[in-house]
Design a protein around this ligand. Structure first.
Ligand SMILES: [Zn+2]
Ligand SMILES: [Zn+2]
Length: 160
């Protein structure tokens, strides 16, 4: 694949993938199946034709949430990675697993019958950056002992 590809993978780095944008209708899905699968209020997903997706490290573990649907995740760390209707020539990746999630801006919401009623209020909540004053010691400890794969491909992982 050429340099137009985008990369991503799971938190632990056991599974890495590459896709070639443009993405097909990036979305968020509020349905209960997606909420469960992601452990989140909604699932952010961005599709590409099957031929524009390839695994570059490891293998997907698969859970069939229904007969025609496969959800791929990392067996080692549990990160939700892919969603696929088996009858379609398309696979979606979880937007949060992309090395740069900002490249896939959602354009539609699905499953809105499952949307949590206070979702729109979240944007107005008070916010704090990760390394907020008062927790510098803990932030430093987390940074020094970080097991998360970096947001780019690596030749060897875990790093030597
Ligand atoms: Zn993993
Ligand atoms: Zn859904």
């Amino acid at each position: 694949m050429a340099e137009t590809r985008a990369t991503g993978g799971c938190q632990c780095g056991a599974v890495r993938y590459a896709v070639v944008p443009p993405f097909i209708k990036p979305s968020i899905c509020h349905c209960r199946m997606c909420q469960k699968a992601f452990g989140a209020f909604y699932a952010p997903l961005a599709g590409v034709p099957l031929g524009r997706f390839k695994l570059t490290r490891g293998e997907l573990a698969i859970f069939k949430s229904s007969d025609p649907v496969e959800r791929g995740f990392c067996r080692d760390c549990g990160t939700p990675l892919t969603f696929r209707y088996l009858v379609e020539d398309e696979i979606s990746v979880s937007i949060g697993s992309l090395d740069d999630p900002a490249i896939a801006k959602p354009v539609i919401q699905y499953g809105i019958e499952g949307r949590v009623p206070w979702l729109g209020e979240i944007e107005a909540l008070p916010g704090a950056i990760t390394e907020a004053p008062g927790s510098e010691e803990r932030a430093d400890y987390i940074k020094r002992t970080n097991h998360q794969h970096p947001d780019h491909d690596t030749d060897r992982w875990p790093a030597p």
